[in-house]
Design a protein around this ligand. Structure first.
Ligand code: S3P
Length: 172
């Protein structure tokens, strides 16, 4: 890669429970590159768990840390498959950064499928309380938040391998 060429990562976006991290790991294996999970990067950089950042410093502090982590990850020289958090697309500057530095893939799934998936992993501060209500409310709030992607894949009925294959084929 020449010094002037924009970095071409694969950036996975999508609502909580769409499978970004799982797909990210398998896609990286398929493409022969590394993967990076922005949430994990935030925890590493801040020395604090996501839920703890939300409760001790609030969502705005989390979003600031998320933008910093995203900038750091996307400026990595080696090509990465980057799994972002579901709200990383909310800041217009983040969306611009993703589009400029990568092939952006949005993963979607039916609401009930999302609810089933996130219920197995309750460690999400924005879903505290009534998970079903929270998911429907946030889906409404974020109706068009993921529309800017280069490619969108509905994962509702697809195995992880199929999702990976579709992304890999789209990149040829
Ligand atoms: C969030 C999604 C989470 C995490 C944080 C906020 C969101 O990541 O970044 O809890 O705003 O949608 P996942 O999408 O990986 O669950």
């Amino acid at each position: 890669m020449s010094d002037n060429k924009p970095l071409q990562h694969v950036v996975l976006i999508g609502f909580m429970g769409t499978g970004k991290s799982t797909v990210g790991k398998q896609l990286a294996r398929r493409l022969g590159c590394s993967t990076c999970d922005v949430d994990a990067e935030i925890v590493k950089r801040e020395g604090e768990e996501i839920a703890s950042i939300f409760s001790s410093r609030g969502e705005n502090a989390f979003r600031a840390a998320e933008t910093e982590a995203l900038e750091a990850v996307l400026s990595t020289r080696d090509t990465l498959v980057v799994a972002t958090g579901g709200g990383a697309v909310l800041a217009p500057a983040n969306r611009e950064l993703m589009m400029k530095n990568g092939f952006v893939v949005a993963l979607t799934a039916d609401p009930e499928q999302l609810i089933a998936r996130v219920s197995q992993d309750p460690d999400r501060p924005l879903l505290e309380g009534n998970v079903r209500e929270r998911v429907y409310k946030l889906l409404e709030d974020r109706k068009h938040a993921y529309d800017f992607a280069h490619l969108t894949i509905d994962t509702t009925t697809l195995a992880v391998e199929e999702v990976v294959e579709r992304i890999a084929q789209a990149m040829i």
